[in-house]
Design a binder for this molecule. Structure first.
Ligand code: KG4
Ligand code: ZN
Length: 338
């Protein structure tokens, strides 16, 4: 019997809906919210309003693109959290209403588990390599930086995480310091591709275990630029590409150091990445190079499955459906999940 899942993602500033049938992606529609660009970051109130406007057309389009009818959907998976409360409420309420009207089950999904399980989305006419358990996943997004030991679909252990800023936040905050638009990660990535990554060096944290820290780097970057600008007011524009390349290299080095340590200590050679920062070409190249050196089996999800998307929510729902893990109608979103 085939299983068809509608996934809905609305945790931050992307409204997304996807259809997965038997693990294969039939559609994945994402509406980005440009409204935040003018503010240099996501404005929660504006995000929830935009979700309200987008949710019906996005879900409708996902169903149409999948070429199925609503009655073929077996369950609705939605992001319960973590994320912005006003944004989560839109997706959660919509999922509840639709599940009532179609009389099909609801499945809550943890956004972070979704990012990791994005590595299991299958596509027609694609190679479809998926990691074997146990694997180590570097989960790096705008809100989180974690090293997760994944023993099974829902048996995940966070072995290390950031003690302050997330990697994506470091990209975004440093971009803001340079006067670059939000979100800064992809902009820095683009400029870094044409810069010299050894032009400048910035502080790297010294912390034990598998934890990360990025706030020192941000401060070191800020003070370095402040000093340079005193001498030369055009310093940033004149050195933009080299600054981006050097900053990106520093962030990637920090991420790889703990990944390599954890892979050695846990004796794991299956290595995956997930989250928005997993789209970064410097990180992808860095992991590819380490992987070749250390004989890792690496898994780099397609770009469309790294930043927020509903395919990752639908695939997580698909695995929960097979375990009969359903949610009740009185479920509420959670901004934070421990
Ligand atoms: O996973 P995501 O879409 O949303 C969260 O759950 O946070 O991640 C968004 C983050 C932002 O900080 C954004 O700047 C970063 O991912 N990002 C990148 C790139 N693409 C997105 N960072 C570096 N390089 C990229 N190419
Ligand atoms: Zn995310």
């Amino acid at each position: 019997m085939s299983i068809t899942i509608l996934g809905i993602e609305s945790s931050c500033d992307d409204t997304s809906a996807a259809i997965i049938r038997d693990g294969y992606l039939l559609s994945n529609v994402i509406a980005n919210q440009d409204v935040h660009k003018a503010y240099g970051g996501v404005v929660p109130e504006l995000a929830s309003r935009a979700h309200q406007q987008n949710i019906i057309p996005v879900v409708d389009r996902a169903i149409n693109l999948a070429g199925i009818s609503r009655t073929e959907i077996d369950a609705i998976a939605f992001t319960r959290g973590p994320g912005l409360m006003g944004s989560l409420l839109v997706g959660t309420s919509f999922a509840k209403g639709l599940s009532l009207s179609l009389n099909i089950p609801l499945i809550e999904v943890n956004h972070l588990q979704g990012h990791i399980l994005a590595n299991f989305v299958l596509e027609k006419d694609a190679a479809n390599r998926v990691p074997q358990f146990p694997f180590l996943c570097l989960l790096v997004s705008g809100g989180h930086s974690q090293l997760v030991l994944v023993r099974d679909y829902f048996d995940m252990e966070i072995v290390g995480q950031t003690i302050d800023d997330a990697a994506g936040e470091a990209f975004d905050k440093c971009a803001k310091i340079m006067g670059l638009p939000y979100p800064g990660g992809p902009v820095i990535n683009r400029l870094a591709n044409e810069g010299n990554s050894s032009a400048f060096s910035f502080a790297k944290p010294r912390i034990d275990g598998y934890n990360y820290s990025f706030s020192g780097l941000k401060t070191s970057f800020l003070y370095f630029l402040r000093d340079q600008l005193k001498e030369n007011p055009d310093f940033i524009t004149e050195h933009q590409k080299d600054l981006c390349a050097s900053l990106q290299k520093t962030i990637v080095d920090i991420l790889l150091l703990k990944l390599v340590k954890a892979a050695k200590d846990f004796n794991v050679k299956e290595i995956a990445i997930a989250g928005g920062v997993a789209a970064n070409s410097g990180l992808r190249d860095g992991i590819t190079a380490e992987g070749a050196k250390r004989k890792w089996n690496i898994f780099l999800p397609a770009f469309k499955f790294t930043t927020d998307n509903a395919a990752m929510i639908a695939i997580t729902g698909y695995y929960k459906y097979q375990r009969n893990e359903f949610s009740s109608q009185d479920i509420v979103p959670l901004a934070r999940i421990s």
